[in-house]
Design a protein around this ligand. Sequence first.
Ligand SMILES: Nc1ncnc2c1ncn2[C@@H]1O[C@H](COP(=O)(O)OP(=O)(O)OP(=O)(O)O)[C@@H](O)[C@H]1O
Length: 245
Amino acid sequence: MFLKKITLLKDDIPQVNSYPFSIPAIKGLRELELTNKVTFFIGENGSGKSTLLEAVADKCGFHTAGGGKNNYYDVHSSHSDLGDYIRLSWMPKITNGFFLRAESFYHFATLQDELEKDPFTRTNYRAYGGKSLLQQSHGESFLSLFQHRFNGQAIYLLDEPEAALSPQRQLTFIRILHDLVEYEDCQFIIATHSPILLGYPNASILNFDGGTIAEIQYEQTDNYRLTKYFLQHREKMLNELLRDD
Ligand SMILES: Nc1ncnc2c1ncn2[C@@H]1O[C@H](COP(=O)(O)OP(=O)(O)OP(=O)(O)O)[C@@H](O)[C@H]1O
């Protein structure tokens, strides 16, 4: 464990009624304790998960379009509106890590190809399994990154990593996650909608719904309950959903 607490600096906030402070989960935030090496952010679309994750990435000094500390590139760089208003409490402080944002991963991969053209920065794609990320499928490139670039004493902030992964590869990811947490001393914060990833054993699940950020048990999450109900009662649910009257 490295990052222990996220504090919203309430007194410094200029406009409580505008983005990002108007998001109910952020409005209700004071301090968020992180008690587990694996923390999941869950909640409805628009509940503020990415906003908080991006703010943490910004505060860590990671590129907010995705990447680690040394990925200086302007493509799709974005400013975190919340980053200046949170404080991170560390014990111990680390600076190594990566922010994975699925939607800008293509630009990150393109930058790596550019670096390979320069003899001073070329690594023969050492951190990506020896192959350009652009020559791998979306899911393969994600797994390459997790397997080859992620390693010890680091914090990884992942925004919906399941976006590229088949159910089978999500299980592979769970195994990689386990090894990085148990043997490499990594910490993860993962925003997700995936009931498979959320099943990772003994993780903290923080729910952004209902105007607070509160811990919830796996079996109580909508992700688990709705998926389970759909799989068990697919015909009944679809009949109700698609009825015309
Ligand atoms: N730059 C912005 N300016 C104004 N509003 C924004 C901005 N970015 C996001 N929002 C709004 O803030 C809210 C939270 O967005 P955020 O992306 O954090 O949600 P999320 O929980 O990650 O959703 P999802 O599960 O769909 O990824 C949404 O209502 C969104 O429309």
